[in-house]
Write a protein that binds this ligand. Sequence first.
Ligand code: RP5
Length: 181
Amino acid sequence: AALLAIEGVPVSLLPGGSLKSTPLVGIIMGSQSDLPTMQAAADICKTFSIPYEVDIVSAHRTPEKLMSYSRNAAGRGLRVIIAGAGGAAHLPGMVASMTSLPVIGVPVKTSTLSGVDSLYSIVQMPRGVPVATVAIGNAMNAGLLAVRILSTSRVELRDKMSAYQREMNDTVDGMSAKLLD
Ligand code: RP5
């Protein structure tokens, strides 16, 4: 599919001639078992009407796919990658080494070490190749961080993010008001 832009919004021209929004956020994970955790990142993209894609890319089980996904990501129109993995979680770091796009890592909770293994693997990237790491299992924050990254060049997203924050504020204010009743 060819990559075009209509009024700044990237679109793909499908073989039949129809247009489809090009994903801006790539959500990848090491295994299907990570999906219940990673779903929250996709939900945030939906909330903010950001085109996204979801795929399974394993650093050690599908190393060639890892390489082609990472190397082609920017050229396909992706602007942020969210990568979730558990255990010896090298997926986000490996992706970050093969793309210049920002990579957000989600440490997936494990049954053996509760996700501390994943957290340390992702957060302890040696200097030179950054991975923005969120809390264990917090794919929602990964989605929100992706929105904030995209919003630096999209004013409408910045406005939506401000509205989202105001709503959270009002929800908490509402809870406090109830406590004082
Ligand atoms: C990692 O190993 C995945 O990211 C997953 O969190 C973990 C377990 O994978 P499965 O054994 O459930 O496929 O690669």
